[in-house]
Design a protein. Structure first.
Length: 205
């Protein structure tokens, strides 16, 4: 993919960043498996079996699943409006650039794995982005009085070209952290892949 952009020096500055997406998952599991494929009751069972230490989910499974369904519906609608062509109702989630915070997440029980995929295999038809992750991006858009709210970033999804432009112009903050009751949550750029065939074809290489 050619990242050359009409803004001239943007191409050069973007190349200084990590232009790969990363998937963090529990070792031994299918990296492209989405729990959203499952009925709600099976999601709860799956999480109990595979992620017993995921305190945030197990504190209120019904609420967590409901929020996930709502966010994915929101993402889907926004993606279609942006010109995307989703081949799934719910995406596979990645981060743009390395995110050690997720790799070290306690719910993996020290069994985390990392998959790196070049951004060049995607287009604006099959990938979108939010800052921070889609859950907090949408939440901040409804809580505009929060000190971390950014009007130009939160509650929006970005195409591939748009996120490249934002990064090149330094519009996305780095090293932002939100304090939650249980832990400090690091903000990152979330990538949503809407075509599992692209992922599976890459995995075969």
């Amino acid at each position: 993919m050619n990242f050359l952009h009409p803004f001239g020096s943007i191409y050069i500055s973007f190349m200084k960043t990590d232009h790969s997406i990363y998937r963090y998952y529990k070792f031994g599991m299918n990296p492209f498996k989405s729990i959203s494929d499952l009925p709600d009751d099976e999601i709860t069972f799956f999480m109990k079996q595979n992620f017993p230490n995921h305190r945030w989910f197990h504190a209120n499974p019904e609420k967590r699943i409901g929020n996930r369904r709502k966010i994915e519906k929101w993402l889907y609608g926004k993606f279609v409006l942006s010109g995307g062509h989703p081949k799934t109702n719910h995406p596979c989630y990645f981060t743009l650039g390395k995110t050690p915070f997720l790799k070290e997440f306690e719910s993996f029980d020290g069994q985390s794995a990392e998959m790196k995929i070049p951004l060049s295999i995607f287009s604006s038809k099959n990938i979108s982005f939010t800052y921070p992750d889609s859950f907090f991006s949408e939440w901040l858009s409804r809580n505009k009085d929060h000190k971390l709210y950014r009007k130009e970033l939160n509650g929006k999804i970005f195409t591939l070209d748009e996120v490249i432009n934002l990064l090149s112009l330094g519009k996305i903050p780095k090293n932002v952290q939100m304090d939650t009751p249980n832990y400090k949550y690091n903000f990152y750029i979330e990538a949503q892949v809407w075509d599992y065939d692209v992922l599976n074809d890459y995995k075969k290489i």
